[in-house]
Design a protein around this ligand. Structure first.
Ligand code: GDP
Ligand code: ZN
Length: 476
C-alpha cells in the first residue's frame, strides 16, 4: 500500500451543531486497532471479529475506559462518553478502500469532539478536508471525475443538478472520457509503431481508419465542449441580476420568486444598499438571484458602493432582469439602464402592471432592443410570474431542459481539459490532411489523450489533487 496512507484518519462526518445522531468515521490500515481502544462492543467481542457491514451496540469513551471489566449495566466504567452503534467496513469494500469504522452516537458537538479526541489519543490523526474521498481515489475506488461528483452531489441545489451529479458519480462521464481516450491511444500506438519501422510517413497506418477515428472523436469532443456552458449552470447555478432604479420593485420581485420574505421590502428609495443573493429553483435550474442597489446618482457613499457592486454583478451575470415601474413615466436613470442593456443577456420587465400604465411599449421600443423580450408583471399581486420564469429558463437553457442526450460537462476543470483535447485532435486532423510527418500527428494526439487523462485522474499531479480535495469538507 501507498506509504502515506499507512496512518489512520478520523473525522466527524456529520455537519456541525446538534443533531439526532452524529457520525465519526475512521479509516486506515489500522482503523480497527485504533478504534478498538475507544469502542467496546456490548457483545464482548473484539472489533476485529465483528462481521463487515454489520452494526453492533457499543460503549465509546477515552482509551482504556472502554477496556475495563466486562460490561454490566449497573457499573458503567469511568470515562465512557456515550452509547453508540458501530460498524466496520473492511477494505477493499469500503468507501476509502481501506478498513473503515463508523461510530454513530448522539449528535451533540461535545460528544463528537470528545470521541475524536479519544481516537486521536489512540493513534488516529484528524483527517484533512476531502481526505476520505482522496484515499478512495488513490486506492482506485473512484476516479477523479467521480470524486469531484461526490462534492457536486453534496452541494446540488436542485433535483436536476443532483441527477446530473449522480450520473457523473456513477462514472458516466468517465466512461465517455476513457472510451475517447483509449481510441486516441490506440491510434497513437499505430502511428508510433509505424514510426518505429522508420516509415517516412504514416501511410503505414490505414489513413482512412485514422481519419474516421479523428472525425468521430471531434464530433464527440465538440458536443462535450458545447455542453459546458449549460453544465456550469446546472452545477454552480446561473447568476441573474435584478436591475432597476430604487422603488421599481426589485426586492418585491425577488421575494415573489422566492415565495418568502427574505429580502427587506420597504417604500423608502435606496434602502437596498447591498447585494442580496438568494438561490431560487426555476424549472429545476439553480438560479442565484441578485437584488442590486438601483442605478442612480447619489452622494451617499454607502449607496455609491451598492451601485458599484450592482454594476459588477451585472457584468458577471448570465442574465439581467431590467425592471421598470410601469406606473411612473420613465426617468433618466431608467433610460441609462436600458441603453446599456445587451439584448442577449437581458429581459425587460415592466412591474406594477396592477396599476394604470404610464409607459407605452412604443416609447420603450424607441430606446431599447425589444428583442430582449418584454414582460408585464406585478410582483406585488403575483401576476405574470410564470411567464417570466419560463423566459428566464429558456434564456439560460436555449436548447431546452431535456434536449441534451448523453453526458454533460459541468465542471470548469473538465471543460478546460476537453477544450485542450479538442484542439489537439483538430490539430492532428489538419496534420493528417496536410500530409505532415507522423511525429507531428502523434504529438498532438498525445496532448489530447493526456488532457482527457487529467479529467479522470489517469494522469494527475499533486497540485491538481490538492486543489480538488481542498474544496471538500472535513469528514468527506
Ligand atoms: P426596490 O427598491 O426596487 O427593491 O423596490 P421594492 O421592492 O422595495 O418596492 C418599492 C415599493 O413598490 C414597495 O412599496 C412595494 O410594495 C411596491 N411594489 C412593488 N411591486 C409592486 C407591484 O407589482 N404593484 C404595486 N402596486 N406596488 C408594488
Ligand atoms: Zn429593494
Amino acid at each position: 500500500m501507498h506509504g502515506a496512507l499507512d496512518d489512520t484518519i478520523c473525522a466527524i462526518a456529520t455537519p456541525p451543531g446538534e443533531g439526532g445522531i452524529g457520525v465519526v468515521r475512521i479509516s486506515g490500515l489500522h482503523a480497527c486497532d485504533v478504534a478498538s481502544q475507544v469502542v467496546r462492543l456490548r457483545s464482548g467481542k473484539s472489533l476485529h471479529d465483528l462481521r463487515t457491514h454489520v452494526m453492533a451496540l457499543a460503549d465509546v469513551g477515552s482509551p482504556g475506559a472502554t477496556r475495563a471489566v466486562p460490561y454490566r449495566t449497573e457499573s458503567r466504567p469511568h470515562g465512557v462518553l456515550d452509547e453508540a452503534l458501530v460498524v466496520v467496513m473492511r477494505g477493499p469494500h469500503s468507501y476509502t478502500g481501506e478498513d473503515v469504522v463508523e461510530v454513530q452516537c448522539h449528535g451533540g458537538p461535545v460528544v463528537l469532539d470528545q470521541l475524536c479526541r479519544s481516537l486521536i489519543s489512540a493513534g488516529a490523526r484528524l483527517a484533512e478536508p476531502g481526505e476520505f474521498t482522496k484515499r478512495a481515489f488513490l486506492n482506485g475506488r473512484l476516479d477523479l471525475a467521480q470524486a469531484e461528483a461526490v462534492l457536486d452531489t453534496i452541494r446540488a441545489k436542485t433535483a436536476r443538478s443532483l441527477a446530473i451529479a449522480q450520473s457523473q458519480r456513477r462514472g458516466e462521464l468517465s466512461r465517455e472520457v476513457e472510451e475517447t481516450r483509449s481510441g486516441l491511444v490506440v491510434a497513437l500506438a499505430h502511428i508510433e509503431a509505424a514510426l518505429d519501422f522508420a516509415e517516412e510517413d504514416i501511410a503505414f497506418v490505414r489513413q482512412d481508419e485514422l481519419l474516421r477515428l479523428l472525425d468521430e472523436t471531434l464530433i464527440k469532443l465538440r458536443g462535450l465542449v458545447q455542453s459546458g456552458e449549460e453544465g456550469r449552470i446546472w452545477r454552480e447555478g446561473a447568476a441573474v441580476a435584478i436591475l432597476g432604479r430604487p422603488n421599481v420593485g426589485k426586492s418585491s420581485l425577488m421575494n415573489a420568486l422566492l415565495r418568502s420574505d427574505r429580502a427587506i421590502v420597504t417604500p423608502i428609495p435606496g434602502t437596498t444598499r447591498d447585494l442580496l443573493e438568494e438561490v431560487v429553483n426555476i424549472h429545476g435550474i439553480p438560479v442565484r438571484l441578485f437584488d442590486t442597489a438601483g442605478i442612480r446618482t447619489t452622494d451617499d457613499p454607502v449607496e455609491t458602493e451598492g451601485i458599484r457592486r450592482s454594476h459588477l454583478a451585472w457584468e458577471d451575470a448570465d442574465l439581467a432582469l431590467i425592471l421598470l415601474d410601469s406606473s411612473q413615466p420613465m426617468l433618466e436613470s431608467d433610460l441609462l439602464l436600458l441603453r446599456r442593456s445587451e439584448a442577449a443577456r437581458a429581459l425587460l420587465v415592466l412591474n406594477k402592471c396592477d396599476l394604470p400604465s404610464r409607459i407605452s411599449k412604443e416609447d420603450l421600443t424607441r430606446v431599447c432592443p425589444v428583442s430582449a423580450g418584454l414582460f408585464e408583471i406585478s410582483a406585488k399581486m403575483h401576476i405574470g410570474l410564470d411567464g417570466l420564469r419560463d423566459a428566464i429558463s429558456s434564456r439560460l437553457m436555449p436548447r431546452g431542459l431535456e434536449s441534451r442526450e448523453g453526458v454533460l460537462v459541468t465542471n470548469l476543470r473538465h471543460a478546460a481539459a476537453f477544450e485542450r483535447a479538442l484542439q489537439g485532435v483538430e490539430q492532428a486532423r489538419q496534420s493528417v490532411d496536410a500530409g505532415r510527418a507522423g511525429e507531428l500527428v502523434a504529438m498532438d494526439l498525445r496532448i489530447a489523450a493526456d488532457a482527457l487523462g487529467e479529467i479522470t485522474g489517469a494522469i494527475t499531479t499533486d497540485e491538481i489533487l490538492e486543489r480538488i480535495f481542498a474544496e471538500f469538507c472535513i469528514g468527506k
